[in-house]
Design a protein around this ligand. Sequence first.
Ligand SMILES: [Mg+2]
Length: 313
Amino acid sequence: MREFELIERLTRSLYTHPMVLVGAGDDCAVLDVGLPERLLLFKTDAVVEGIHFTSGAPAEKIGHKALGRCLSDIAAMGGTPTTALVTLALPTAFDPAYIQRIYAGIDVLARRFDVAVAGGETTTNPERLLISISLLGWVSRGKAVLRSGAKPGDVLFVTGELGGSIHGKHFEFEPRLTEARWLAEEFPVHSMIDLSDGLAGDLRHLLKADGLGAELLGSAIPISRETRRASKLSTSAKPALLAALTDGEDFELLFTAPGAEAVKLLDAWKTRFPQLALHCIGKITATPGVSIRDRQGVRPLNVHGYEHFAEPR
Ligand SMILES: [Mg+2]
């Protein structure tokens, strides 16, 4: 069974509560706890040795990644993080200094984004180190950006560059909190997600609620330098465009906004965030399915079929 099917089975008949405005299925839960101007955002995420980091990986970077993933999800809602709880599951023979350095990595990022670590839990997990973080944040009423909400004719935007995060970025990515909050305040952003599983997969989360589709412009997909280099150096590496479409853990923002706003948005972005590129990579269509346009025309892009997608290197 695939992960998404399992989540669907586990969550479809759970007890809920009127204060849960958005439950499982978005980047964060959205809660109305009666604050006059704010809604709360609630998130949990875990990193596991052997899955999200290798045994003996630099401790501070593990801490950065563990909190950064949660921060990126708060960003994807247009929100502001406030408080974290950290659960550590420690192998039987752990090195206290190493664990302290993981916490130091969490702390550096927490300070930068004004997040208090307000508690946590330690337990054991004989084989592997696991760090789970729950994060609370808030968003102004009416300003939460959900995954659903895209409309036909919306332009698709992505921040930064995609692909090859395994070469380092997955440990050093910058949660796009400032950028996302600015977007949600200044522009009618219809839908947003942070890229954790790769553009080709995560894009589908923006489309599914309304039976929409998307057309990507192949030459507009921003391919990271690491990805270009890797695909040049090795014939067994994925072609660069395929890697940019399918590699996970980019932690960039993917969002949609009305076509009529696109030029104004790009201009304002350049002035506000000159260090971080924003790319217009395609559009939302009224018919389901994702396609990609290049010099040879338009062809369907499906999760299982794109391996056969031909591309000049
Ligand atoms: Mg997310």
